[in-house]
Design a protein around this ligand. Structure first.
Ligand SMILES: [Zn+2]
Length: 331
């Protein structure tokens, strides 16, 4: 299935040419590798996950740049989980688990199982209206290709916010977006307050110095392309969850990151604040585990559609499904 491991070859082919885009909405998209880096993905329905583009009028003229940024973001998201063995040798952050085909290796600095785990889900997703809207799941369980990887509904999802550079309404926008995601998924979100932690494409799921004894909370941070190059061009945000294996081969999201472009989402550049909220909701959709859909009526379409201001029917169906997955008491 899309999003599975073993993509190193696909990320860095030996020769220039068109290659399958593992993140395309229908699995049939392609992207171009020029011999050094990924370029355009103009062929049919090529979409990169974890990125929202702003201003589609202009983005169209600079699609290559935008898509390239989007692909970088995707590769970064992949590296967060699949690149753990490399990260292990790289920085001060020791990865907590190594996810490779076969047995799961658990390292000693994995936090103890959460004491917040309840016996049953903390909430239930809101009823989904009837309709035929589409959605795409970001990742499926390796041993069960129809079962989405999701957050544990039996425990709260903690998040911290780095508000440096945020627009004046940043706090309100994030709170509103979180509330809508909570309603749609039934997941319980808990604000742990502000942080000075900066976003990083290699942020670990466990950061014992900052958050001892527990998985790192979701980091929601405002940034820009100078500090966080993935936001270059018309990319207004990037988001994704981090999965770890439970006691078996099944994966569960335990942490994640949402990076919002403080320039693209500024009041000056985006006076339509409803659109700013929609973009943040889109990023939170990625955090929950949705990929892009080819359905333009949905908020999880890859480009900003000015008439889609909230989760639509397909989005809600996907978020409801993601909110009803298994609990992981041992994680
Ligand atoms: Zn996106």
């Amino acid at each position: 299935m899309r999003g599975r491991g073993g993509d190193d070859e696909a990320q860095h082919p030996r020769e220039a040419g068109w290659y399958p885009d593992p993140w395309s909405a229908d699995g049939k998209g392609e992207r171009y590798f020029d011999g050094k880096k990924w370029g355009t993905s103009e062929r049919p329905l090529a979409r990169a996950a974890t990125v929202t583009s702003l201003a589609p009028r202009r983005a169209r003229a600079r699609n290559g740049l935008r898509k390239y940024g989007a692909l970088l973001a995707f590769i970064a998201a992949v590296l967060v989980v699949w690149g753990l063995p490399k990260v292990l040798h790289h920085g001060s952050n020791r990865a907590t688990v190594v996810e490779v085909p076969g047995p799961t290796i658990t390292l000693p600095d994995r936090p103890p199982p959460s004491a917040e785990e309840a016996a049953s889900p903390l909430g239930a997703p809101a009823p989904v209206p009837a309709g035929n809207g589409k959605f795409e799941i970001m990742r499926y369980q390796p041993a069960a290709p129809t079962v989405p990887v999701a957050w544990d509904p039996c425990r709260p999802v903690h998040y911290v916010v780095n508000g440096a550079g945020a627009p004046p309404d940043g706090t309100r926008l994030i709170r509103t977006a979180i509330a809508r995601l909570q309603a749609a998924t039934g997941l319980h979100f808990v604000a742990d307050g502000p942080t000075a932690e900066r976003p990083s494409r290699f942020r670990a799921a466990y950061e014992p110095k900052l958050y001892p004894g527990r998985w790192a909370p979701v980091l929601i941070a405002w940034s820009n392309e100078n500090a966080y190059p993935d936001l270059a061009g018309y990319v207004a945000g990037e988001a994704g969850p981090v999965a770890v294996p439970g006691s078996d081969t099944r994966l569960v999201y335990v942490s994640g990151q949402v990076v919002l472009d403080d320039r693209d989402l500024s009041v000056a550049r985006l006076p339509d604040r409803g659109l700013a909220l929609a973009i943040i909701q889109h990023e939170l959709g990625h955090l929950a585990g949705l990929a892009h859909t080819s359905d333009r009526r949905q908020l999880m379409f890859s480009e900003t559609e000015f008439n889609v201001r909230n989760y639509a029917q397909g989005d809600l169906r996907g978020l409801s499904l993601l909110g009803r997955q298994a609990c992981f008491p041992g994680v």
